[in-house]
Design a protein around this ligand. Structure first.
Ligand SMILES: Cc1cc2nc3c(=O)[nH]c(=O)nc-3n(C[C@H](O)[C@H](O)[C@H](O)COP(=O)(O)O)c2cc1C
Length: 457
């Protein structure tokens, strides 16, 4: 989908008038320099003030019982000041036994007064500049760490293929348990809406529960939640329906979806093209395109444990830093709802090209926001390029980089670099500024110690 916006600016005496005319076609006629600043109207009627979104990034800043904290308020206040039209929360869990990480916010029941108050303060801080703030709601399934749950529930008893023993043996969900999860997606969505969030996104990417259902590698069920794609997509579509029923027709409902898992025999691009069409029919307002899983962390542009399964997609001539733009472009031919594309965007020109070509309607930015919290404002003011912290971060010093060739160490090194971002988010939440002297090793030690403390019984 593309919303063409024609801006005519003229002076009359002391006043500049801006007349904005909207017409549904594509973005092609927009002047490049203005395209990031254009509002985006969603099918439900909500309007995002510009085309930049802070992507979801897990914060780990909640209390052990899942309650949002003043640190989350400080963090999202900063990000709201940063100028993105929409902020996505890190994943909020709908089941306290299936955290993506200790310190996740958890809304798995109708909130009590303390939870209502804490959610409302968070939403107030995160929307203080009139931007949107959407809750990403999720269930981690088999990607729940052992320290949280040694036997997490999942579509089937297929363990995560990562070395290091960080994840336990999953137990297949019963149908009644699936129904309960579907219901809880709705309960969580209603709670965040009531608290003042302005939208909700179901996390069905990156190998979490809904994405596990979609993949024929992790979903071996023979009932109506497994088998062909229609069955594998059932948990997602039922959850979307529960959320829509809970929030009504005028509230933004989005889904984060993999373009592919990039794994042999996994959820592939042809599957994803079909699922986006079902999501459109289900009344979703926006789909965020990403890709990969813990086993194949394509979402971060990182090489995984196994060979990447190449996907059938026409390659564009666009500058090749954004990982999923070609997939999004192919999807745009199948659906007319807006697509957000996240992963690898660093140059303003590339973002503008993605919007201008009609590949993306909204640009997601993640890692740069962990230090440069006002990256959107800087881009809107003309900054050409965001910092690429990922190019310089490594667990091993250069002379030991050959260790990355060993698969178990490669997985450890990927997590360690993630911990550097986690720790920057912690610094923003606690002190209001990033830590310029942080090393990957120090971040890894600090995160591990903190997670141990958070899970100590
Ligand atoms: C520290 C960190 C935490 C993340 N947490 C989440 C999350 O909670 N939910 C999610 O969908 N993606 C998560 N991601 C993935 C980002 O949303 C995004 O897809 C990824 O970072 C690629 O975008 P980028 O290249 O702009 O960083 C996380 C990424 C990072 C670096």
């Amino acid at each position: 989908m593309g919303t063409e916006l024609v801006a005519i600016s003229f002076e009359a005496g002391q006043l500049d008038f801006l007349i904005l005319l909207y017409a549904k076609s594509n973005n092609k006629n927009l002047p490049m320099k203005d395209i990031l600043a254009q509002p985006l109207t969603l099918p439900c009627g909500a309007v995002l003030p510009n085309r930049l979104s802070k992507a979801a990034m897990t914060e780990g800043l909640a209390l052990p019982d899942g309650l949002p904290t003043p640190e989350l308020n400080r963090l999202y206040g900063l990000w709201s000041d940063g100028g993105a039209g929409m902020l996505l929360s890190g994943n909020i869990q709908i089941d306290r036994d299936h955290l993506e990480r200790p310190g996740n916010v958890v809304v798995d029941r109708k909130p009590n007064k303390a939870m209502r108050t804490a959610l409302a303060s968070w939403a107030t801080a995160a929307t203080r500049n009139g931007n949107h703030f959407w809750a990403q709601i999720s269930h981690a399934g088999r990607q729940t760490q052992k320290i949280v749950n040694p036997n997490p529930k999942a579509p089937s008893a297929v363990k995560l293929g990562l070395p290091g023993g960080q994840f336990g043996e999953p137990v297949p969900l019963t149908k009644a348990e699936i129904k309960s999860i579907v219901r809880r997606f709705g309960v969580c969505a209603a709670a965040v809406k009531e608290a003042g969030f302005t939208g909700v996104q179901l996390h069905s990417a990156h190998g979490y529960l809904l994405s596990q259902f979609l993949s024929p590698r992790s979903n071996l069920r023979t009932d109506d939640y497994g088998g062909d794609l229609a069955n594998r997509a059932r948990a997602l579509l039922e959850s979307v329906a529960a959320v829509r029923a809970a929030v009504g027709p005028e509230f933004p409902v989005a889904v984060k979806l993999n373009s592919a898992d990039f794994q042999k025999g996994g959820f592939d691009f042809a599957d994803s093209l079909q699922v986006v069409q079902w999501l459109e029919q289900a009344g979703v307002d926006l789909i965020e395109i990403s890709g990969g899983t813990y086993e194949q962390p394509k979402l971060l542009g990182v090489v995984g444990m196994e060979e990447e399964e190449k996907q059938q997609v026409a390659e564009s001539t666009m500058i090749r830093e954004a990982y999923f733009v070609d997939f999004a472009l192919a999807m745009q031919n199948k659906v007319s709802i807006p697509l957000m594309v996240t992963g690898g965007f660093r140059q303003r020109l590339v973002m503008e090209q993605a919007l201008e070509s009609g590949s993306a309607d909204l640009i997601g930015v993640g890692r740069p926001m962990c230090v440069m919290t006002d990256a959107p404002n800087q881009l809107l003011a003309g900054l050409d390029e965001l910092p690429r912290y990922e190019n310089d971060l490594a667990l091993f010093p250069r002379w030991l980089s050959f260790l990355g060739a060993f698969k178990p160490l490669r997985a450890l090194a990927t997590f360690a670099v993630q911990y550097w971002y986690y720790e920057q988010i912690y610094a923003l939440g606690h002190r209001g500024e990033a830590d310029n002297n942080l090393t990957v090793l120090a971040a890894t030690k600090q995160i591990m110690a903190r997670e141990k403390k958070l899970t100590a019984k």
